[in-house]
Design a protein around this ligand. Sequence first.
Ligand code: ATP
Length: 435
Amino acid sequence: MSSHNPQSNYKCEEFVADDVTSNKSNVTRKMLIKEYRKIGHGAFGTVVQAYITPDKETWYGPFAIKKVPAQTEYKSRELQILRMTNHPNVVKLEYFFTHLSPQDHKVYQHLAMECLPETLQIEINRYVTNRLELPLKHIKLYTYQIARAMMYLHSMGICHRDIKPSNILVNPESGVLKICDFGSAKRLEPDAPSISYICSRFYRAPELILGCTNYTTQIDIWGLGCVIGEMLLGQAVFQGQEPLLQFREISKLLGPPAKKFIFFSNPSYDGPLFSKPLFTGTSKERFEKYFSHAGTDGIDLLMKVLVYDPVERLQPKNILAHSFFDDLRNEKYFLPRGKTQPILLPNLFDFDDLELKILGDLIENIKPNYSINTNGSNEANENSNNNNNNNNNTNNNNANNNITSTPPPNFNTSDSTPVTSNTNSNDNSNNTNNP
Ligand SMILES: Nc1ncnc2c1ncn2[C@@H]1O[C@H](COP(=O)(O)OP(=O)(O)OP(=O)(O)O)[C@@H](O)[C@H]1O
């Protein structure tokens, strides 16, 4: 796994937690937790990579364990939401428990999730550092999976409320992407107000900046537009140094907002109206200039996503059906970074009944031009000459993702799952993470 490279003075622990609950089976039992690497931190918590064992013989993991102070309303919501979700593009919760930290004697909630190697932020930065552009095919692949996750979450009323590249996990080797960090997420009720001071500044929808409290899940779609733009530019599209300057940055690209939009966002708004155009020419010309290598389809998609009026912003299902993703429907392969041989794309079309219901007739525009095996691998309808591709990237995205194929450091075990001290099995086909 490549490093998330946090500067860290965090001391990894080995400790026994009495009440470790499996999210899958609901069974609670005592487990030994062995942390061995800090992989991230944020405003609220620390994330460590760890293995878990009930008996010191069978090890489960690696997991990304997010530790946050327990008993805040904010954090119990994260657990609640993660427990409700089950989707290939949403990070999966495996175990959860609370534990008293010996370091500061505070109780922390621990969320043990499947662990992915990197964030989209790291992926973007790597290309920037190497003075390269993230290939358009990768941008399509990542965007599609974010939109698919949003279609699922939004159908349940769940708004993520903090979409940004560092809250999106990717495996650049397989192309799989999953949204993480549900610490700000909320199930929005139609008539219940929600705080507008949410979401990281560069990714805040314009209605949030104006102080809107009856926003919809479409604020996430704005965030998605910002993420697509960032993948194209290698840097955040709108970089205002304070909230109103953030709005100014947006209006430099989109043009002035309609007065109606300002009023509907916040009837008592009394700040600047940004009514003066900050550029000459049309906004289309501006989009074409900003995102010159996005292609006609990419620019068309961005112009339908980065839209002031949330009602006009594309819905996730219409994003999935957009022609920008036709490459993914027509071809089965992509070229991971640093590889010379293409590998199979993740299975992007294994929709469940809920997704099929949401998609309705749109499925005709979305489904691929090749058939998909039941094991999740993609197979062309036509006789494809894929004999140079023996990479079995079958990937029903989350299948086997957090199964232990690498034993924990200092554990003298062979390559098996779960890791057992006396194992001789190489069969990791069963996900035994949740006994
Ligand atoms: N499942 C995971 N697999 C791998 N890395 C992860 C995982 N979950 C979180 N991380 C890493 O930890 C970082 C922080 O996680 P997260 O965003 O959930 O915490 P946070 O305290 O809410 O952060 P922030 O304040 O930045 O929103 C992520 O950016 C990522 O680098």
